[in-house]
Write a protein that binds this ligand. Structure first.
Ligand SMILES: C[S@@+](CC[C@H](N)C(=O)[O-])C[C@H]1O[C@@H](n2cnc3c(N)ncnc32)[C@H](O)[C@@H]1O
Length: 298
């Protein structure tokens, strides 16, 4: 599918807008196509580098080495899962996502991928099944976070670990956001309001996990430099600006001037310059938590 305009459905379950393919039957607002697959795979390498080469922060190395079940919840192209399956081959890996076309062409025998909506997790997997569940950057597709946390609490085994990573782009949670970028992001938030996503969820997960009865909760925060602070900041902006461009249907809904591609591209480029000047950062929250022996919701 090429071309700029929105066209009617050409495949059941998908919509094509501004040359990108979107799901019609879930809450997600991000595209599901080859461009997004490439962007997410690049993002995995950036995050791994940001974490000094680490694949997780929960104390799970021992159980991974002796062998446990691991879930990548909203795995996309599965870059994290494949990295884990090679590094800890004794464990068994399950990747789930609604975007089945994102799955890799092949995978090792200790891994498998299933098309599944995260909202169905607790119906699909047995309770207490996983030693480690991992969920990264799914805030653009989840409406009910209490249900999401409860489902992960249910399928992880007693004393097992959960790890969540979410980047917050909501202006009041960010660092040094200038007026242009603030207006840009607020336009997007307005445009996708009806989806009822909580894009500040990273900052709230600690409380949600505590309410669900999780213990040993640890929160780590990092600032994600946008177009400044050397090569990593420039690469981050290249990835994030590609991501923001993919959300153009939401921007257009918030302000119809973004229908004009030249206007949108110029505005986005100006945001990049402003972020460099203001030293703007998004904030990434990394939260790990353990399921106790006996769980009670607080
Ligand atoms: C930004 S990508 C992140 C992929 C992967 N977690 C990573 O960090 O490399 C977000 C993924 O979440 C998936 N997703 C969003 N909402 C979902 C839902 N309700 N159920 C299953 N997958 C979902 C999308 O299809 C997409 O593949």
């Amino acid at each position: 599918m090429t071309g700029e305009n929105t066209t009617p459905n050409q495949e059941s379950g998908y919509d094509f807008k501004y040359g990108r393919r979107f799901h019609t039957q879930s809450s997600t607002v991000i595209p599901d196509d080859k461009q997004e697959q490439d962007r997410i795979s690049g993002q995995h390498l950036m995050i791994k580098k940001m974490l000094g080469g680490k694949l997780f922060e929960s104390p799970v190395a021992d159980i991974l080495e002796s062998g446990t079940n691991v879930l990548d919840s909203g795995c996309g192209p599965g870059a994290w899962l494949l990295d884990m399956a090679t590094t800890y081959p004794q464990s068994k890996y399950y990747g789930i996502d609604i975007a089945k076309d994102q799955f890799p062409a092949q995978w090792p025998s200790n891994a498998n991928f299933t098309m599944l909506d995260i909202t169905q997790l607790a119906d699909h997997f047995p309770s207490n099944h996983f030693g480690f569940v991992y969920q990264r950057l799914v805030a653009w597709g989840i409406k009910d976070w209490d249900k999401n946390v409860d489902a992960h609490m249910q399928i992880v085994e007693p004393n097992g670990w959960m790890e969540f990573i979410e980047t917050v782009i909501v202006p009041e949670y960010c660092v040094n956001m200038g007026p242009k970028m603030t207006a840009f992001i607020n336009t997007l938030l307005q445009g996708i309001k009806e989806k009822q996503l909580d894009l500040a969820i990273g900052a709230k997960l600690q409380d949600k996990l505590a309410s669900a009865g999780a213990i040993n909760i640890e929160v780590r925060k990092s600032h994600l430099p946008l177009n400044h602070s050397g090569e990593p900041g420039i690469r981050t902006w290249a990835n994030i600006s590609m991501f923001l461009a993919s959300l153009r249907p939401g921007f257009v809904k918030g302000d119809d001037r973004f229908e004009d591609k030249a206007y949108f591209d110029e505005y986005l480029a100006e945001c990049g310059e402003e972020c460099k000047e203001f030293q703007t950062c998004f904030v990434t929250y990394r939260i790990s938590a353990q399921k106790p022996d006996t769980t009670t919701r607080n």
